[in-house]
Design a protein around this ligand. Structure first.
Ligand SMILES: *Cc1c(COP(=O)(O)O)cnc(C)c1O
Length: 410
């Protein structure tokens, strides 16, 4: 079994180790929930301070031009693009993820006017399911959403399928789907593909260009560390730029917002997907977080992510044999950057760990979820987290009465 000393040694050799100092993290915490809310970086804190005090406080309305607020959605889109393998001009930052999925689904449906089926995954994040249903109801041609077992996708692909909308890394189990393989099969059926990258962006290397992805959207407050409620981003493959039509058009997606024209004339490319004013301060936080990402090689992130998740699985299996069902795939090419442990008393376990300063989260019905964000999680954190887990179970701390009542946010 890997020892604590060996973990210390792995941290000393880690090429990403120095990045941890960019984060404001209390050393008494082991933070394994960056898949839900990434921690604050000093660069975000500084960027938000500048945007608040100087740009807003002193510059006032002049800052729309002088501080480049107007161009934030596309300027930051070009920086997020690097994380997903997109070229310049193909990504826009706006809204939050659920809204962007609505816009992408709306535009994709209009690109397949003769077809009436949208396929999604029954195990998808509930917000993705709700918004797909809502968008289907808004169409005049009777579009229906079919939520399937994603492993049986091929059985459902036929010439009525307009769009397939899937999440690339499962939010519960951390299973990663085959981006290019599934996209190719969907295209063969004449349908369009929308990928949700919520648990992929900043977690695994992505290449939308090679995978021939049509549309994708993600959030920035998980692994990207842009802060609570941070903005979403949308990717549209350049081949669709001339044909897309924002189903929720607004003035800031107009080619000339300050002409105040009566009819909508779209800005070129992804810019038209912007509906309303950018959330300048939230975008400033993202800008700061991206300063850290600019220094990061995604292949190094992937190598460390797999090493951390492998180590966690190894230690859990060796110290607590048979205690958990490991819901996350062993196979590297099917794993995101989290590990999900199933346990009938999972909620109490997560709460007891929380009291010991090990922060993970719980997802119904029985999943203890631990995210391993390679920019700041150390090998020694993995070792110590498993040590706490062993003690929680040995002492039965998770069975305490105070964990019988659920918190509203798990
Ligand atoms: C986190 C998450 C969301 C959240 O969307 P918001 O609109 O940004 O709140 C949506 N889909 C998936 C798969 C997620 O994991």
């Amino acid at each position: 079994m890997t020892s604590r000393d060996e973990c210390v040694g792995l941290d000393q050799k880690d090429p990403l180790a120095e990045l941890r100092s960019e984060f404001i993290l209390d050393d008494s915490l082991i933070y394994l929930d960056g898949n839900s809310l990434g921690p604050l970086t000093t660069s975000s804190r500084e960027r938000v301070r500048t945007a608040t005090e100087r740009e807003w406080g002193e510059g006032l309305v002049r800052s729309w031009g002088s501080a480049g607020w107007m161009e934030q959605p596309t300027r930051l889109g070009d920086r997020v693009a690097r994380l997903i393998g997109a070229g310049p001009g193909a990504v826009v930052v706006a809204d939050t993820l659920t809204f962007l999925l609505a816009k992408l689904l709306g535009t994709a449906l209009e690109l397949r006017p003769g077809r009436t089926t949208v396929i999604t995954d029954r195990a998808n994040f509930h917000s993705d399911l709700y918004i797909a249903e809502g968008m289907a109801r808004l169409t005049s041609r009777g579009v229906r959403v079919v939520a399937i077992d994603r492993n049986r996708l091929d059985e459902y692909l036929n010439d009525d399928v307009a769009v397939v909308m899937l999440t690339h890394v499962d939010f519960r189990t951390g299973e990663m789907l085959d981006l290019s393989g599934i996209t190719a099969r969907v295209h063969q059926a004449g349908a369009l593909m929308i990928w949700d990258f919520a648990h992929s962006t900043g977690a695994v290397p992505l290449d939308v260009t090679t995978a021939n992805v049509d549309f994708a959207a993600g959030c920035t407050y998980k692994y990207v560390n842009a802060g609570p409620g941070g903005p979403g981003f949308a990717y549209v493959a350049p081949r669709w730029h001339a044909e897309i039509r924002n189903v929720l058009p607004g003035w800031l997606g107009h080619v000339a917002p300050f002409d105040f024209e009566e009819t909508f004339r779209p800005a070129p490319g992804v810019r038209q997907l912007v509906t309303s004013s950018p959330s300048v301060l939230a975008l400033a936080a993202l800008e700061g977080a991206l300063d850290v990402w600019d220094r990061v090689d995604m292949s190094e992130v992937r190598t460390k992510s797999l090493a951390l998740t492998d180590l966690f699985i190894e230690l859990v299996e060796e110290t607590l044999p048979g205690e958990f069902e490991i819901a996350t795939p062993r196979s590297h090419d099917q794993r995101g950057s989290q590990v999900a442990l199933r346990h009938s008393e999972g909620y109490g376990i997560v709460r007891a760990l929380l009291e010991r300063g090990v922060i993970g989260d719980f997802r119904d019905p029985d999943i203890c979820r631990f995210g391993f964000a390679p920019l700041y999680v150390r090998y020694v954190d993995v070792y110590d987290a498993v040590g706490h887990l062993v003690e929680v179970l040995e002492k039965g701390e998770h069975q305490d009465d105070r964990f019988r009542v659920r918190h509203a946010v798990t």
